[in-house]
Write a protein that binds this ligand. Structure first.
Ligand SMILES: NC(=O)C1=CN([C@@H]2O[C@H](COP(=O)(O)OP(=O)(O)OC[C@H]3O[C@@H](n4cnc5c(N)ncnc54)[C@H](O)[C@@H]3O)[C@@H](O)[C@H]2O)C=CC1
Ligand SMILES: O=C(O)[C@H]1O[C@H](OP(=O)(O)OP(=O)(O)OC[C@H]2O[C@@H](n3ccc(=O)[nH]c3=O)[C@H](O)[C@@H]2O)[C@H](O)[C@@H](O)[C@@H]1O
Length: 464
């Protein structure tokens, strides 16, 4: 079966970039990306492609090339469903904030809504692709909803989790380590799987397209994120030990990373991992393990989150203790708010938690991030519920450049590893700060000795 028309429900960090790359690599396929969020769709259609709602290096060029040729963004969900042979579900699956599984399980209400909408609109057979990250065995529930439409339409469900990382989404999509497609082993299931393999085979070598059963595919996504986050928590745990033993976590990471069995990637100690998925997906894995009565398995993975929370708190506490045990009324400059460089996404960013801690200690928080606007910063802090909007508006200050942000600060803390922070005139920053001038490098971005040479009271994460 040749796919001619794809619909993607959800125009977010996954749906937007993924569909843009499919449209660019498959000019004969019409790709309709739909979302309920009118504002988001309006931005995807903005005449100036630099205003698209998601910042990813290289993305605006692809959107410019394909938009209104074979790539369309709209809020007309029903029409797009009706026209499609293949429907990707790329909606959000956040951690539940209410009811059974609150704080752990994935909230599948958006997924179920999609399924019901597809079931009510479809008049011909369709392949449904789970692109969102889902608990293992979600396809079963989807099938139950879709198969009960009573109008004879047949649905084949595939699991095709996405492994892109933000900040490198376009490169990750263009040259993925692998594409994973889980399907049923029935004749129809295999045909559906083949149809999706053919879409990716436009640009991905076939030996990188893995096919599995649906459950392995669903579970592999949660597992991949759990393993990646575990590496960060492992190196972060060691960073604390390095600090008290005069070892240097950068050197330790290099030393262990040269072992080909361990590998060099994902060994950067940090102020704590953030992003929309690591925490949510591990909590989901923990919840699933618990629901099968596998308590040791659940506890094992939960420790990755516990370590991450500790790392964020430890960094914030370090700022307070180094500043003579009080930051009350002091100006603390945070450089970076996004959860990593090259993205405007701030979900679960360590900067949010560190700021909340500092505000609680009565500090003034001054923030600069090259891609994050003030409204986002205030609303991220508001979600934690510890301060009112009025208090935040009064005690959180935001800037258009790093130098103004650091001016007259008691301490500067690097929260995100933006390249431009490496290039800052640090001597100038030092000259304009209160003395002693404290610099906290939560990303091991700067040369410790050089900064100490300038005069900073320097703390580099993981350095004894
Ligand atoms: N952000 C990332 O880097 C990655 C995310 N994922 C997974 O992909 C999924 C989507 O994540 P993001 O794109 O980051 O989320 P997002 O929140 O950026 O985008 C989801 C979009 O779906 C829309 N939506 C929700 N329900 C809808 C409905 N019934 N009809 C139409 N639109 C609807 C929302 O308005 C929103 O714009 C999640 O399951 C996530 O775990 C997987 C890999 C990477
Ligand atoms: O499911 C998802 O959402 C995605 O989650 C992560 O991607 P992402 O969260 O976008 O970014 P990462 O590069 O994984 O970084 C996550 C967090 O870990 C931190 N990190 C990463 C690597 C490292 O060595 N140290 C470290 O602290 C980053 O700064 C960031 O805060 C995975 O890398 C993707 O494969 C996956 O598709």
């Amino acid at each position: 079966m040749m796919i001619k028309n794809i619909c993607c429900i959800g125009a977010g960090y996954v749906g937007g970039p993924t569909m843009s790359v499919i449209a660019s690599k498959c000019p004969e396929i019409r790709v309709n990306v739909v979302d309920l969020n009118e504002d988001r769709i309006k931005k995807w259609n903005d005449e100036n492609v630099d205003n698209i709602p998601i910042y990813e290096p290289g993305l605006s060029d692809i959107v410019k090339e394909c938009r209104d040729k074979n790539l369309f963004f709209s809020t007309n969900v029903e029409q797009a469903i009706s026209d499609a042979d293949m429907i990707f579900i790329s909606v959000n699956t956040p951690t539940k904030t209410y009811g059974v599984g609150k704080g752990m399980a994935a909230d599948l209400k958006y997924i179920e809504l999609c399924a019901r909408q597809i079931a009510s609109v479809a008049t011909n057979d369709k392949i449904i692709v789970e692109k969102s990250t889902l608990p293992v065995r979600t396809a079963e529930s989807l099938k139950a909803i879709l198969d009960n439409t009573g109008n004879g339409v047949k649905f084949d469900i595939l699991s095709n989790p996405e492994f892109l990382a933000e900040g490198t989404a376009v490169d990750d999509l263009l040259t993925p380590d692998r594409v994973l497609i889980g399907g049923e082993s029935s004749e129809r299931g295999l045909a559906a799987q083949k149809a999706l393999v053919e879409v990716y085979a436009h640009w991905v070598p076939e030996d990188r397209i893995l096919t599995t059963n649906v459950w392995s595919s669903e579970l592999s996504k949660l597992t991949a994120n759990a393993f990646l986050a575990q590496r960060v928590s492992s190196i972060n745990a060691l960073s604390e030990l390095c600090e008290v033993t005069e070892a240097d976590v950068k050197e330790v990471a290099r030393a262990i990373g040269t072992d080909s069995r361990i590998g060099p990637k994902f060994l950067n100690a940090s102020v704590g991992f953030g992003g929309s998925c690591f925490q949510k997906d591990i909590l989901n894995l923990v919840y699933i393990a618990k629901s099968y009565g596998l308590h040791e398995v659940a506890d094992y993975w939960e420790q990755v989150i516990i370590m991450n929370d500790h790392q964020k708190r430890r960094f914030a506490k370090k700022i307070v203790t180094r500043l003579f045990n009080t930051v009350s009324g002091k100006k603390i400059c945070l450089l970076g708010w996004a959860f990593k460089k090259d993205t405007n996404d701030t979900r679960e960013s360590a900067a949010i938690y560190v700021s909340d801690y500092l505000l609680n200690e009565h500090a003034e928080v001054h923030v600069y991030d090259p891609k994050v606007k003030r409204d986002q910063i205030i609303s991220d802090l508001l979600v934690l519920g510890n301060f009112s909007k009025e208090e935040l508006e009064e005690r959180v200050f935001t800037y258009e450049d790093a130098l103004s942000c650091a001016n007259q600060a008691h301490a500067v803390a690097i929260m995100t590893e933006w390249d431009e922070f490496k290039e800052l005139d640090w001597k100038h920053v030092y000259d304009e700060m209160f003395k002693p001038a404290f610099l906290f490098d939560g990303r091991m971005l700067l040369n410790h000795d050089e900064m100490t040479g300038i005069g900073f009271q320097m703390y580099t994460l993981g350095k004894g």
